[in-house]
Design a protein around this ligand. Structure first.
Ligand code: ADP
Ligand code: MG
Length: 204
Protein backbone atom coordinates (compact mmCIF):
# COMPACT_ATOMS: atom_id res chain seq x y z
CA UNK A 1 0.00 0.00 0.00
CA UNK A 2 1.07 3.58 -0.68
CA UNK A 3 0.71 6.25 1.99
CA UNK A 4 1.08 10.03 2.06
CA UNK A 5 4.78 9.77 2.90
CA UNK A 6 5.35 7.71 -0.26
CA UNK A 7 3.73 10.37 -2.44
CA UNK A 8 5.67 13.13 -0.69
CA UNK A 9 8.91 11.22 -1.29
CA UNK A 10 7.97 10.74 -4.95
CA UNK A 11 7.36 14.42 -5.57
CA UNK A 12 10.43 15.56 -3.63
CA UNK A 13 12.58 13.15 -5.64
CA UNK A 14 10.87 14.33 -8.85
CA UNK A 15 11.80 17.89 -7.88
CA UNK A 16 15.44 16.86 -7.44
CA UNK A 17 15.47 15.04 -10.77
CA UNK A 18 13.80 17.95 -12.60
CA UNK A 19 16.37 20.27 -11.03
CA UNK A 20 19.23 18.09 -12.33
CA UNK A 21 17.69 17.84 -15.81
CA UNK A 22 16.39 21.42 -16.12
CA UNK A 23 19.07 22.49 -18.56
CA UNK A 24 18.31 19.57 -20.87
CA UNK A 25 14.56 20.27 -20.75
CA UNK A 26 15.19 23.89 -21.71
CA UNK A 27 17.53 22.80 -24.51
CA UNK A 28 14.79 20.56 -25.90
CA UNK A 29 12.34 23.49 -25.68
CA UNK A 30 14.72 25.74 -27.66
CA UNK A 31 14.31 24.52 -31.27
CA UNK A 32 10.57 23.80 -31.01
CA UNK A 33 9.49 26.13 -28.21
CA UNK A 34 10.50 29.17 -26.21
CA UNK A 35 13.32 27.67 -24.13
CA UNK A 36 11.56 27.79 -20.78
CA UNK A 37 10.38 24.24 -20.05
CA UNK A 38 13.33 23.48 -17.75
CA UNK A 39 12.94 26.67 -15.76
CA UNK A 40 9.16 26.26 -15.63
CA UNK A 41 9.45 22.72 -14.25
CA UNK A 42 12.29 23.66 -11.91
CA UNK A 43 10.36 26.54 -10.39
CA UNK A 44 7.13 24.55 -10.15
CA UNK A 45 8.58 21.44 -8.56
CA UNK A 46 10.81 23.40 -6.17
CA UNK A 47 7.63 25.09 -4.95
CA UNK A 48 5.90 21.70 -4.68
CA UNK A 49 8.75 20.24 -2.60
CA UNK A 50 8.75 23.33 -0.36
CA UNK A 51 5.00 23.32 0.30
CA UNK A 52 4.95 19.56 0.97
CA UNK A 53 7.72 19.94 3.54
CA UNK A 54 5.92 22.80 5.20
CA UNK A 55 2.39 21.42 5.28
CA UNK A 56 2.94 17.64 5.34
CA UNK A 57 -0.55 16.67 4.09
CA UNK A 58 -1.47 13.30 5.59
CA UNK A 59 -3.31 11.46 2.82
CA UNK A 60 -2.16 10.56 -0.72
CA UNK A 61 -5.06 12.54 -2.16
CA UNK A 62 -4.19 15.65 -0.16
CA UNK A 63 -0.50 15.43 -1.17
CA UNK A 64 -1.35 15.28 -4.87
CA UNK A 65 -4.03 17.98 -4.71
CA UNK A 66 -1.72 20.37 -2.88
CA UNK A 67 1.11 19.68 -5.34
CA UNK A 68 -1.20 20.25 -8.30
CA UNK A 69 -2.48 23.55 -6.90
CA UNK A 70 1.10 24.65 -6.35
CA UNK A 71 2.11 23.87 -9.95
CA UNK A 72 -0.85 25.82 -11.30
CA UNK A 73 0.04 28.77 -9.06
CA UNK A 74 3.75 28.89 -9.89
CA UNK A 75 4.16 27.81 -13.54
CA UNK A 76 3.16 30.25 -16.24
CA UNK A 77 3.72 28.02 -19.28
CA UNK A 78 1.28 25.53 -20.77
CA UNK A 79 2.85 22.73 -18.76
CA UNK A 80 1.92 24.23 -15.36
CA UNK A 81 -1.86 24.02 -15.69
CA UNK A 82 -1.57 20.65 -17.47
CA UNK A 83 0.67 18.98 -14.85
CA UNK A 84 -1.19 20.81 -12.10
CA UNK A 85 -4.50 19.45 -13.33
CA UNK A 86 -3.00 15.98 -13.68
CA UNK A 87 -1.91 15.86 -10.02
CA UNK A 88 -4.97 17.64 -8.65
CA UNK A 89 -7.44 15.42 -10.49
CA UNK A 90 -5.49 12.25 -9.59
CA UNK A 91 -5.47 13.34 -5.95
CA UNK A 92 -9.17 14.10 -5.99
CA UNK A 93 -9.90 10.66 -7.46
CA UNK A 94 -7.97 9.03 -4.59
CA UNK A 95 -10.33 10.56 -2.03
CA UNK A 96 -9.29 10.89 1.60
CA UNK A 97 -8.11 7.39 2.56
CA UNK A 98 -4.79 7.13 4.38
CA UNK A 99 -3.38 4.42 2.09
CA UNK A 100 -4.07 3.43 -1.50
CA UNK A 101 -3.19 0.30 -3.46
CA UNK A 102 -1.06 0.49 -6.58
CA UNK A 103 -4.16 -0.39 -8.60
CA UNK A 104 -6.15 2.45 -7.00
CA UNK A 105 -3.31 4.82 -7.85
CA UNK A 106 -3.22 3.54 -11.45
CA UNK A 107 -6.99 4.05 -11.79
CA UNK A 108 -6.83 7.56 -10.29
CA UNK A 109 -3.90 8.50 -12.52
CA UNK A 110 -5.97 7.37 -15.52
CA UNK A 111 -8.67 9.84 -14.45
CA UNK A 112 -6.01 12.55 -14.22
CA UNK A 113 -4.59 11.79 -17.68
CA UNK A 114 -8.10 11.76 -19.18
CA UNK A 115 -8.73 15.20 -17.68
CA UNK A 116 -5.47 16.54 -19.15
CA UNK A 117 -6.52 15.13 -22.53
CA UNK A 118 -9.82 17.00 -22.29
CA UNK A 119 -8.13 20.21 -21.13
CA UNK A 120 -5.29 20.27 -23.69
CA UNK A 121 -7.07 18.48 -26.51
CA UNK A 122 -3.99 16.38 -27.30
CA UNK A 123 -3.87 12.65 -28.02
CA UNK A 124 -0.88 10.33 -28.39
CA UNK A 125 0.87 11.12 -31.68
CA UNK A 126 0.44 14.89 -31.32
CA UNK A 127 4.00 15.25 -29.91
CA UNK A 128 3.14 16.36 -26.38
CA UNK A 129 3.40 15.04 -22.83
CA UNK A 130 0.47 12.74 -23.74
CA UNK A 131 2.90 10.61 -25.76
CA UNK A 132 4.61 9.64 -22.50
CA UNK A 133 1.66 9.87 -20.08
CA UNK A 134 -0.78 7.62 -21.95
CA UNK A 135 1.57 4.63 -22.45
CA UNK A 136 2.81 5.10 -18.88
CA UNK A 137 -0.68 4.99 -17.38
CA UNK A 138 -1.47 1.96 -19.56
CA UNK A 139 1.51 0.16 -17.98
CA UNK A 140 1.00 1.48 -14.45
CA UNK A 141 -1.34 -1.36 -13.47
CA UNK A 142 1.48 -3.78 -14.29
CA UNK A 143 4.36 -2.17 -12.38
CA UNK A 144 6.10 1.14 -11.73
CA UNK A 145 9.10 -0.12 -13.70
CA UNK A 146 6.89 -0.93 -16.69
CA UNK A 147 5.36 2.55 -16.50
CA UNK A 148 8.82 4.08 -16.37
CA UNK A 149 9.95 2.14 -19.44
CA UNK A 150 6.77 3.03 -21.34
CA UNK A 151 7.11 6.74 -20.51
CA UNK A 152 10.74 6.85 -21.62
CA UNK A 153 9.96 4.96 -24.82
CA UNK A 154 7.04 7.30 -25.50
CA UNK A 155 9.23 10.37 -24.99
CA UNK A 156 11.89 9.07 -27.40
CA UNK A 157 9.21 8.23 -29.97
CA UNK A 158 8.16 11.91 -30.19
CA UNK A 159 11.28 12.83 -32.19
CA UNK A 160 10.02 11.90 -35.68
CA UNK A 161 6.53 13.30 -35.03
CA UNK A 162 5.13 16.59 -36.27
CA UNK A 163 3.63 18.62 -33.42
CA UNK A 164 -0.12 19.16 -33.61
CA UNK A 165 -0.65 20.83 -30.21
CA UNK A 166 1.10 23.50 -28.19
CA UNK A 167 3.73 26.01 -29.21
CA UNK A 168 5.72 23.48 -31.29
CA UNK A 169 2.74 23.05 -33.63
CA UNK A 170 3.32 26.59 -34.94
CA UNK A 171 6.48 25.24 -36.61
CA UNK A 172 4.59 22.70 -38.72
CA UNK A 173 7.00 20.28 -40.39
CA UNK A 174 9.98 22.01 -38.80
CA UNK A 175 8.97 20.45 -35.48
CA UNK A 176 9.99 17.04 -36.89
CA UNK A 177 13.33 15.66 -35.66
CA UNK A 178 13.21 17.08 -32.12
CA UNK A 179 12.21 15.29 -28.92
CA UNK A 180 9.27 16.89 -27.13
CA UNK A 181 10.28 18.59 -23.86
CA UNK A 182 6.98 17.87 -22.07
CA UNK A 183 7.06 14.16 -22.93
CA UNK A 184 10.64 14.15 -21.62
CA UNK A 185 9.67 15.75 -18.29
CA UNK A 186 6.77 13.27 -17.97
CA UNK A 187 9.30 10.45 -18.30
CA UNK A 188 11.33 12.05 -15.49
CA UNK A 189 8.27 11.92 -13.21
CA UNK A 190 8.02 8.18 -13.85
CA UNK A 191 11.78 7.73 -13.34
CA UNK A 192 11.32 9.33 -9.92
CA UNK A 193 8.26 7.17 -9.19
CA UNK A 194 10.06 3.92 -10.01
CA UNK A 195 13.10 5.00 -8.00
CA UNK A 196 10.96 5.96 -5.01
CA UNK A 197 9.18 2.60 -5.09
CA UNK A 198 12.36 0.61 -5.78
CA UNK A 199 14.28 2.34 -3.02
CA UNK A 200 11.86 0.93 -0.48
CA UNK A 201 12.92 -2.65 -1.06
CA UNK A 202 9.37 -3.57 -2.06
CA UNK A 203 8.38 -5.98 -4.85
CA UNK A 204 9.27 -3.34 -7.45
P1 ADP B 1 4.99 26.68 -23.06
O1 ADP B 1 4.74 25.86 -24.31
O2 ADP B 1 3.82 27.53 -22.68
O3 ADP B 1 6.28 27.43 -23.12
P2 ADP B 1 6.33 24.67 -21.50
O4 ADP B 1 7.53 24.99 -22.32
O5 ADP B 1 6.53 24.65 -20.02
O6 ADP B 1 5.11 25.62 -21.84
O7 ADP B 1 5.76 23.24 -21.88
C1 ADP B 1 5.76 22.78 -23.21
C2 ADP B 1 5.25 21.36 -23.24
O8 ADP B 1 3.88 21.32 -22.87
C3 ADP B 1 5.29 20.73 -24.61
O9 ADP B 1 6.55 20.15 -24.86
C4 ADP B 1 4.17 19.72 -24.58
O10 ADP B 1 4.64 18.45 -24.14
C5 ADP B 1 3.24 20.26 -23.52
N1 ADP B 1 2.01 20.76 -24.14
C6 ADP B 1 1.82 21.94 -24.76
N2 ADP B 1 0.55 22.06 -25.18
C7 ADP B 1 -0.10 20.92 -24.82
C8 ADP B 1 -1.44 20.42 -24.97
N3 ADP B 1 -2.38 21.13 -25.56
N4 ADP B 1 -1.71 19.19 -24.45
C9 ADP B 1 -0.76 18.46 -23.83
N5 ADP B 1 0.51 18.88 -23.66
C10 ADP B 1 0.85 20.09 -24.15
MG1 MG C 1 8.13 26.56 -23.40
Amino acid sequence: MLDAAFFRRWLVSAAALVDREAERLTELDSPIGDADHGSNMQRGFAAVAAVLEKEEPDTPGAVLMLAGRQLIATVGGASGPLYGTLLRRTGKALGDTAEVSEQQFADAFRTGVDTVAALGGAAPGDKTMMDALVPAVDALGESFDAARAAANEGALATTPLQARKGRASYLGERSIGHQDPGATSSALLFDALAETAGGEGGPR
